[in-house]
Design a protein around this ligand. Structure first.
Ligand SMILES: Cc1cc2nc3c(=O)[nH]c(=O)nc-3n(C[C@H](O)[C@H](O)[C@H](O)COP(=O)(O)OP(=O)(O)OC[C@H]3O[C@@H](n4cnc5c(N)ncnc54)[C@H](O)[C@@H]3O)c2cc1C
Length: 404
């Protein structure tokens, strides 16, 4: 008689666990609050589905900050190479982009998800949508369904409910108070890979909202990286900002203020800029001198003015140094609902090595709802897949140990 497993949450973590548990012969049912599963996975596909990263694996496993040592053996269960093989097995060939990020050749998630759901169906996995988990009732799981409340019992349960970003896709973190009520330690949820408000002037906003700032270097406690970002309504967002977002968010939390240091002319030294600025005809306008000497104009020039209003009266030396180290004040992270991912969640100390809740034997946790974070670059999906497998292995061991 197969043992029953209830997986709550049909995102990448829950579906990967379902595949492994069904493959081991267990009777798996996936419950999801939404009318369809994998909605955030499909959204990730809108920007190409960066499914993993091909950098040196020794470097890859250091991307999870404070959770590095805990996730290290777990990532071995689904390495970047194994993800590419898994996707190929579902008919999705991948390629390595110039930055080392790995994408499906089709640059979308839907063919992969379709093939994956077909595989799950062939493995006998049942998927019940429009089932919103609302908590525990003694040994039963409680769901709100279109037919009213429902009690479900299973030999083991996996919670794979996701974080708190993009709640309209299903992961709304309504599980936080439910688990806290069970005495489970939850690290407060915070936005990760998010944009920031900078309180730009209304005129700057109106003129430049949506404009990219290209070829720029940014420095924070996270280090220095080159790339581009976008002026959003009142602030900044985009891949370069996400790379610094954990450092900026933590500095704001700790100190109440912080700056992102920008180098607006990464190709030139401060000395070269200063010499070229000093050489300009003093009778020409400031913007003409700046453009001729440094190449800066448009949004970069206006950002410089926005941050340093007295910029046109600076000496060539001071102006050059502002261009190379422009301290952009960052006020607050954008709301978690807009973030790519979530930091915080079920404390890693609250689960054992099998991803089972210490205070609730038989209930396991996987995916983004656990307390780890990582930058964009395919690290998020990789850890969701890997923790899904780790929890599935833990559930399998638990079911083999349990009587009946
Ligand atoms: C715009 C965007 C782009 C992204 N791009 C990438 C990318 O390119 N690469 C990458 O690595 N990562 C990317 N991510 C992040 C990645 O999609 C997530 O980390 C990943 O989907 C998390 O997987 P998960 O299974 O833990 O949770 P989720 O995918 O959030 O799935 C959780 C599931 O649980 C269900 N659920 C929640 N609460 C309940 C409840 N009470 N009852 C029943 N069901 C419930 C939800 O409906 C959902 O289906 C992106 C995220 C966003 C928002």
């Amino acid at each position: 008689m197969p043992k029953s497993v209830a997986i709550i949450g049909g995102g990448p973590a829950g579906l990967m666990a379902a595949e492994h548990l069904a493959g081991k012969g267990h009777a798996v049912t996936v419950y999801d609050a939404m009318p369809t599963v994998g909605r955030k996975f499909l959204l990730a596909g809108k920007s190409g589905l960066n499914i993993t990263h091909a950098e040196d694996y020794a470097r890859f496993v250091t991307r999870y900050g404070a959770a590095n040592s805990r996730l290290r053996p777990v990532l071995d269960l689904m390495t970047p190479e194994a993800i590419r093989v898994w996707a190929a097995g579902l008919g999705t060939e991948t390629f390595i982009g110039s930055s080392g990020r790995v994408f499906p050749k089709a640059m979308k998630a839907s063919p992969l998800l379709r093939a994956w759901l077909k595989r799950l169906e062939n493995l006998g996995v049942t998927i019940l949508t429009r089932h919103r988990w609302t908590g525990f009732d003694a040994d039963a799981l409680l769901f709100d369904t279109s037919d009213g409340p429902k009690h479900v019992t299973a030999d083991a349960t996996l919670l794979a409910l996701g974080g708190a970003s993009w709640p309209k896709l299903g992961s709304d973190a309504a599980w936080v108070p439910l688990l806290e009520a069970e005495g489970i330690d939850i690290t407060p949820l915070r936005p990760a890979n998010c944009g920031f408000d900078c309180d730009f002037s209304a005129s700057f906003d109106t003129r430049f909202s949506g404009e990219p700032i290209k070829s720029v270097k940014a420095t924070s406690a996270a280090g220095t990286t080159q790339g581009e970002f976008v002026i959003s309504k009142g602030g900044i967002e985009g891949s370069l900002i996400y790379a610094h977002s954990a450092a900026l968010r933590d500095a704001l939390n700790r100190d109440g203020h912080t700056t992102l240091i920008l180098d607006l002319a990464p190709g030139r030294t401060v000395e070269r800029l200063s010499t070229d600025l000093a050489r300009q005809d003093r009778k020409a306008s400031f913007s003409t001198r700046l453009k001729k000497a440094t190449g800066l104009d448009g949004v970069k020039l206006t950002l410089l003015r926005e941050v340093v209003p007295e910029v046109s009266s600076l000496s060539p030396d001071h102006l050059a140094s502002r261009i190379k180290t422009l301290p952009l004040p960052v006020k607050r992270p954008r709301p978690i609902a807009e973030a790519i991912s979530t930091a915080g969640g079920v404390s890693l100390d609250a689960i054992d090595d099998d991803f089972m809740l210490k205070v609730q034997p038989g209930t396991f946790v996987a995916g983004e709802m656990l307390d780890w974070e990582a930058p964009t670059g395919g690290y998020l999906l990789t850890a969701c897949f890997a923790t899904g497998i780790a929890a599935a292995n833990g559930i399998d061991r638990w079911l083999q140990r349990s009587p009946g």
